[in-house]
Design a protein around this ligand. Structure first.
Ligand code: KG4
Length: 338
């Protein structure tokens, strides 16, 4: 007997629904919200309103594209948190309503577990997946964590950011350069044409496996401020070099702790996940480290790095098999609770 899961994701500014059969992806529909572009960041109130408009057509389309009928669904998995409270409420309330209407169990998914378990989304029956335990570098707009993934149900955080996340470092520095939100993908693009040794920015000295990115942001700001006093055209003339030097610094910071954790734990399978794992430099650095040290590396397809419901369906699949269901009265949670 196969298991069909409908996944629903609404934690930030993407409304997404996906259907999986035994983790094989049947559909993954994402409606991104363009309404925030004019504001230079996600406006929570506008996000929840857009989710309300998108959720019914997105879920209907995911079911249609999967070629199933609603009665084939075994369980409904939804993102319960962390994320924006208003956005989470829309997905949570909708999922509860659908679970009641279809008389199917409800499975709540931690968004961060979803990112990590994105490696178990199978695009075809023979896709290879990580073996346990594996060490995952989870890098997104809101989080930077090194996690030992012991099983789909058991994850141990070895270290995490004590201030900004890696994605925030990209986005905030990009904003200082006058680039639109989100700046991460633009920095990635510009960096490919720049000289990464042109500028040097501060790197933190933090104990253990924890990260910090706020010092880098300040150092980037001071570099721009001092240079602009001498030359008002500094940013325009140096955009690719600034982007390349910034990206290299972020990658160095990420890799220093990640490789230390790899050595200390002796774990031979590594993975990256989250929005920043789409970054070309991060992907190349992890791939090359794994080759040099004979490790298995899992680098997700770019479409599974940012928020998507496929990863929620897969994380829900494992909880469903474990009979780990969610009470119909469970509220969403805004903050990290793993
Ligand atoms: O995982 P995600 O979609 O959102 C959270 O759940 O936080 O990650 C979004 C973050 C943003 O900060 C965005 O700038 C960053 O991922 N990002 C990138 C790239 N693509 C997305 N950062 C650097 N290079 C990229 N190619």
């Amino acid at each position: 007997m196969s298991t069909i899961i409908l996944g629903i994701e609404s934690s930030c500014d993407d409304t997404s629904a996906a259907v999986t059969r035994d983790c094989v992806l049947l559909s993954n529909v994402i409606a991104s919200q363009r309404v925030h572009e004019a504001y230079g960041g996600v406006v929570p109130e506008l996000a929840s309103r857009a989710h309300q408009q998108n959720i019914v057509p997105v879920v209907s389309e995911a079911i249609r594209q999967a070629g199933i009928s609603r009665s084939d669904i075994d369980a409904i998995a939804f993102t319960r948190g962390p994320g924006l409270p208003g956005s989470l409420h829309v997905g949570t309330a909708f999922s509860k309503g659908l679970a009641l209407a279809l008389d199917r169990p409800l499975v709540d998914v931690n968004h961060l577990h979803g990112h990590v378990l994105a490696h178990f989304i199978k695009e075809d029956e023979n896709a290879s997946v990580p073996d346990f335990p594996f060490l995952c570098l989870l890098i997104s707009g809101g989080n930077s964590q090194i996690i030992v993934v012991k099983s789909p149900y058991e994850m141990e955080i070895l270290g995490q950011t004590i201030d900004d996340a890696a994605g925030e470092a990209f986005d905030k520095c990009a904003k200082l350069m006058g680039l639109p939100y989100p700046g991460g993908p633009l920095i990635d693009q510009l960096a490919s044409e720049g000289d990464a040794t042109r500028f040097r920015f501060a790197k933190p000295h933090i104990e253990g496996y924890n990260y910090s990115f706020s010092g880098l942001k300040t150092s980037f700001l001071y570099t721009l401020r001092d240079a602009l006093k001498e030359n008002p055209g500094f940013i325009e003339e140096n955009k690719p070099h600034l982007a390349a030097s910034l990206q290299k610094t972020i990658i160095d910071i990420l890799m220093e702790k990640f490789t230390r954790a790899i050595k200390d734990t002796g774990i031979k399978t590594i993975a990256i996940a989250g929005g920043v794992s789409a970054n070309s430099g991060v992907r190349a650095a992890v791939d090359s480290y794994a080759r040099r040290h004979h490790l298995r590396a899992f680098i997700p397809a770019r479409r599974f790095t940012t928020d998507n419901a496929a990863m929620i369906a897969v994380a829900g699949h494992y909880k469903y098999l474990n009979h780990d269901f969610c009470d119909i009265t469970a509220p969403p949670f805004a903050r990290v609770i793993i």
